[in-house]
Design a protein around this ligand. Structure first.
Ligand code: C2E
Ligand code: MG
Ligand code: MG
Ligand code: MG
Length: 288
């Protein structure tokens, strides 16, 4: 490479790889103080039940506004938080805050709502993870069946035996388990038969293929069928267009999550949206 650049030119070290490295370093440095300085926030995105035409639950999504770095996407900082193990206290904060907010919504009269919380592998591997979840539920005064933990398949590859025992224990306590980003990564269909999965979240990449007759569309139909026949709740992520909704409805998809209904919202905005939908008697799309 140096030779190719040749003729006395400098090699400037701001290749994409190097940028990524610097970015990661900056993120890690700022992450350490971000918790103490209250720079994190939770946003919530509705999951709409298509049969009831109602918001059935919310997914809690981390937001980080850093005074130094500006808004940083969770796609970027979650990985860094995992590598530095900061995800453990941060994940606990998410769980506690999401449960407290759900309790608040129940008290406002939205008693039917559930809360979905993303869980990292590192959290699940903590020996006291299940205990912490149960304690959090108890101290927030919530019933276990209104909490759903979203895990990804990457969790499962690494220590399947250990993780499945823990998930079974949580499931026995009535906590729901969702398989997030389903169909991406190293999916194994055998997870579906051996694990206590209550919800399949079909990844946005499949939804994006609608309505084209692509291989993704074929897989989408089959995943939907498997999920339904196994009596799981099937939810489509990243639904943005009315034609996607129509297609999913035809396939018998149970729930929809996506910008078509709402982007993730701050707590106050979510309350307004819920109150609005309650009054009009239905969840409405943002598209005409
Ligand atoms: P995820 O759990 O699969 O969450 C869905 C992501 O898709 C969210 O991105 C959401 O804002 C986005 N999304 C929803 N509907 C649409 C749509 O119609 N169009 C498009 N383009 N995007 C849509 P977000 O909030 O940026 O989060 C990214 C990922 O970061 C999450 O993917 C999850 O893996 C991770 N994450 C977020 N919060 C947490 C957390 O509290 N803990 C952990 N461990 N991971 C988290
Ligand atoms: Mg998720
Ligand atoms: Mg997902
Ligand atoms: Mg994800």
């Amino acid at each position: 490479k140096a030779k190719e650049a040749g003729k006395g030119n400098y090699i400037v070290f701001n290749t994409p790889l190097n940028d990524t490295f610097t970015e990661r370093m900056n993120i890690e440095k700022q992450l350490y103080t971000a918790m103490e300085r209250n720079e994190f926030d939770l946003f919530y995105q509705p999951q709409v039940d298509l049969a009831l035409n109602k918001v059935a639950g919310l997914e809690a999504l981390l937001r980080w506004n850093s005074p130094e770095l500006g808004y940083v996407s969770p796609f970027k900082f979650i990985k860094v938080a995992e590598d530095s193990h900061l995800i453990i206290p941060l994940g606990m904060w998410v769980l506690r805050s999401a449960c407290a907010y759900l309790k608040h919504l129940h008290e406002l009269g939205f008693e039917h709502l559930t809360m979905s919380v993303n869980i990292s592998m590192l959290q699940l591997l903590q020996t006291d993870f299940n205990e912490l979840v149960l304690d959090t539920l108890q101290s927030s005064g919530l019933k276990p069946d209104c909490l759903e933990l979203e895990i990804t398949e990457s969790i499962l590859i690494e220590s399947y035996e250990h993780v499945s025992a823990k998930l079974n224990e949580l499931r026995d306590k009535n906590i729901k388990i969702a398989l997030d980003d389903f169909g991406t990564g190293y999916s194994s269909l055998s997870y579906l038969t051996h694990l206590p999965i209550s919800t399949l979240k079909i990844d946005k990449s499949f939804i994006d293929s609608i309505p084209a007759e692509t291989n993704e569309a074929i897989l989408l139909e089959q995943i939907m069928m498997i999920g339904k026949r196994m009596k799981m709740c099937v939810i489509a992520e990243g639904v943005e267009r009315a034609e996607q909704l129509a297609y999913l409805q035809e396939l018998g998809c149970d729930k929809i999550q996506g910008y078509l209904f709402s982007k993730p919202l701050a707590a106050k905005d979510m309350e307004q949206l819920l109150a609005g939908w309650e009054n009009s008697g239905a969840a409405s799309c943002t598209e005409p």
